[in-house]
Write a protein that binds this ligand. Structure first.
Ligand SMILES: [Zn+2]
Length: 444
């Protein structure tokens, strides 16, 4: 552990620390952020009257839209000149979302990422190949600061330029890599194409995040790169990566660094707190942020919490995998569809690989969903390489049968009809280190 005295703090003492910090942050934002003063006053919350964590549900939620509405600096609790750094989200439409850090915030950021890396298996002196994008995105600089704090040798490769990444991994021989799970898949695939076996790759641990992923992807990455991969969780609004990380001992849920980030899981429709183990929206309150503290931030990520004791000895609560996002959820003909559900179905069909894109259009008044998915290399060899690329596509009965099989399984499992288009290996969109868009919704 990077900070054993905090990471293994007995629960009663952790709770006392959280209560003290919660009271402090509520008073702090009430005094310094007009947006919160108004919300707290309207909710009838007097910061001096807060008793403890049992008062948490009385506090107002903060939503992504609140950050956009106060673009760029409206939610900041310190003067602009006290900010040491700015990051911003890559807004797909309109203005991005701006977040800021004081020097103290950057210190906490480095500490929680260092804890995360240590949980993932990294040790001082190891080399970190950091393939997260550097820039406004928090991934690159976030992992970088944490790696340095832990005492690692950090290689700031950033995303993209896959050929150069492969070369650097082979020549510098890093033990740890950090990137998105889809990019780790890309690297594994490229190594395999070049005849480099997992035993020849120096990597031992992979710290993967910024996208929801599954156990099947973990298996592919672990086997393909010869690593033990763990999930790192985070979001820029809260601090960036390093809000939580799985421990390499169990790899069953990510420890949320609860002395800094207070988690709740609530019902997506009513906002009511849910009991442990129930899936709902993860809501986080920052307990120590100075520049932009957030009360009960609605992450949109669907997951659950568990206090089950962990083999690693950390006492901090674990969150399950992110099962989807409330805003990634597609409604197709009235049915809720999460990309991770589609992925789970594809993983059960050996003739295809879980590299896909869902395209939704509106034909007249009806939603039409198309699923583009890559066939496996084995299947591709069997049918003959020319088949997928020309007119024979429609006629070939093996392709027809596979399309039917995929469509049936999707319909059976998720309850939605999708037209299936098969792609040759290498044709589905690949991650270049940033976030991959699995869904193309053309209805808006
Ligand atoms: Zn653990």
């Amino acid at each position: 552990m990077y900070q054993p005295e905090l990471e293994a703090l007995p629960r009663p003492r952790l709770r006392a620390l959280q209560e003290e910090r919660l009271k402090r942050v509520v008073a702090y934002v009430h005094e310094r952020v007009p947006f919160y003063r108004k919300l707290l006053d309207e909710a009838g919350v007097d910061p001096k009257g807060l008793k403890g964590l049992e008062d948490l549900p009385r506090l107002p939620f903060t939503r992504k839209a609140d950050l956009r509405d106060h673009y760029p600096f409206g939610l900041f609790a310190v003067p602009r000149e006290n900010l040491a750094r700015i990051h911003a989200s890559s807004g797909t439409t309109g203005k991005p979302m701006v977040v800021g850090y004081t020097k103290g915030d950057l210190q906490v950021f480095a500490e929680v990422v260092a804890r995360s890396l240590a949980a993932a298996g990294a040790r001082p002196g190891m080399m970190l190949h950091n393939a997260y994008g550097y820039g406004l995105f928090t991934g690159g600089l976030g992992l970088h600061g944490g790696g340095e704090a832990l005492g690692m040798t950090v290689v700031p490769v950033s995303g993209g330029m896959t050929e150069r990444q492969l070369m650097l991994i082979q020549d510098l021989r890093p033990e740890v890599i950090s990137c998105t799970p889809s990019y780790a898949q890309t690297l594994a695939e490229e190594f395999r194409k070049r005849g480099v076996s997992p035993e020849e790759i120096s990597l031992k641990y992979a710290v993967l995040g910024a996208e929801p992923w599954t156990e099947a992807i973990r298996k592919q990455v672990d086997e393909g790169l010869g690593v033990r991969s763990t999930n790192i969780y985070g979001l820029s609004e809260i601090i960036g990566p390093g809000v939580a990380n799985e421990c390499v001992e169990e790899r069953r849920g990510s420890h949320i660094w609860e002395d800094h980030f207070l988690p709740e899981v609530v019902d997506p429709d009513t906002g009511e707190p849910l009991p442990e183990g129930k899936v709902g929206v993860l809501v986080l309150t920052t307990l120590t942020k100075e520049a932009m503290p957030l009360l009960r931030y609605w992450t949109g990520d669907l997951t659950f919490l568990t206090h089950e004791p962990c083999a690693c000895g950390r006492t901090h609560v674990r969150m399950g995998p992110v099962l989807g996002r409330t805003d990634d959820m597609l409604i197709v003909r009235g049915v809720n569809v999460y990309p991770t559900q589609v992925e789970a179905v594809l993983l059960g069909i050996p003739e295809v690989v879980p590299l896909y894109q869902i395209v939704v259009r509106r034909e007249g008044t009806l939603d039409e969903a198309e699923l583009k998915v890559e066939v496996s290399e084995d299947f591709f060899r069997q049918i003959g390489q020319e088949v997928l690329s020309d007119e024979v596509v429609e006629a070939d009965h093996r392709l027809h049968a596979l399309r039917e099989k995929v469509a049936h399984k999707i319909k059976d499992t998720i309850g939605v009809s999708m037209r299936v288009t098969l792609l040759a290996p290498g044709q589905a969109p690949r991650s270049e280190g940033g976030k991959l868009r699995r869904v193309l919704d053309l209805r808006k």
